[in-house]
Design a protein around this ligand. Structure first.
Ligand code: NAD
Length: 283
């Protein structure tokens, strides 16, 4: 039995993690490898995943890096075939690729009269193509890999899919309407897929991380001189535990949801790991 907080043993299983070049999902890839899974790290750019895969191998685990865009169906199908040949068919899929775009983000939290003509990026200036790109990355970027990697799961009548949602799926955050809507769609899709696959032995759940300070959101959270932005102060005031999450704190949620014994009757949930953010009304 591999040692981890839940004694989850994934020996012999193959886990595919998309967005594994990022802060949160590189850690998830390592956690799955330490639990015994053979891990395919998938990312649009390959520099970081090659490094993370090498780190896993150095620790004694099994991992390989695969460069692929989750929105490029043909490229991803080719990569899936390579993964199957080199590691085996996918048992666990973590749909981690996701993110926002600055041109789908308003400068201000609240619209003020005159903003439409002012030198500020207001709601009226949000760029169509960028709004589209955010929806496609987060929603289609979850759906397409699921279509590709869950094929084998549907045939073998077992498997586990973990989507990555967000706090803004429960209640939208200011400034990021496209990202909020897209993550709400990811939570909704998690429920849809759990129901759709309920007779197949495939469980589908999501993790909704609260606030973690990563590369993805650093410009929103930290000024160039390293001091916290006004948004950081607001986030911490709205997080009852009063701090950002540590990446390691996602480990228990992940190991629980992929554990077929511990979570055998759990499908269709969106599990917040958020220091109480989603429970707090602010009063
Ligand atoms: P990150 O930006 O560090 O990592 C995202 C990774 O996805 C990057 O390595 C990027 O290269 C890759 N990627 C982007 N587009 C891709 C594509 N089309 N195909 C393949 N790979 C692609 O982000 P993170 O903070 O580690 O976030 C991971 C997931 O968690 C994302 O879905 C994010 O939306 C979500 N999330 C993050 C936080 C947070 O506080 N950081 C909170 C809630 C949810």
């Amino acid at each position: 039995m591999k040692q981890n907080v839940l004694n989850t043993d994934l020996t012999g299983k193959v886990a595919v993690v998309t967005g594994a070049g990022g802060v949160l999902c590189s850690h998830m890839a390592k956690v799955l490898a330490r639990a015994g899974a053979k891990v395919a790290l998938v990312n649009r750019s390959d520099e970081a995943i090659c490094r993370y895969a090498a780190e896993i191998v150095e620790e004694g685990g099994t991992a390989r890096a695969y460069k692929a865009d989750v929105l490029d169906r043909i490229g991803l199908e080719a990569v899936a075939a390579r993964i199957e040949e080199e590691l085996g068919p996918c048992d666990i899929l973590v749909n981690g690729a996701g993110g926002n775009h600055p041109m789908a983000t308003t400068d201000k939290e609240y619209y003020e009269p005159g903003d439409i003509d002012a030198d500020t990026k207001s709601f009226f200036d949000l760029d169509d193509a960028c709004v589209d790109a955010v929806f496609r990355l987060n929603f289609n970027g979850t759906l397409i890999p699921t279509q590709i990697f869950a094929r084998h799961m549907a045939k073998q009548q077992s498997g586990c899919i973990i989507n990555i949602s967000s706090m803004n799926a429960f209640t939208p955050l200011t400034k990021i309407p496209a990202y909020s809507g897209a993550k709400a769609a990811v939570s909704n899709f998690t429920q849809w897929l759990a129901v759709h696959f309920s007779g197949t032995g495939i469980r589908v759940n999501a993790i909704a991380p609260g606030f973690f300070s990563t590369k993805q959101n650093e410009k929103l959270l930290w000024n160039e001189d390293g001091t916290p932005t006004a948004r950081t102060k607001k986030i911490l005031a709205a997080t009852p535990m009063g701090r950002f999450g540590e990446t390691e704190e996602l480990e228990g949620a992940l190991l629980y949801l992929v554990n077929d014994q511990a979570a055998g009757f759990v499908t269709g949930i969106v599990l917040p790991v958020d220091g109480g953010f989603s429970a707090y009304s602010g009063v």
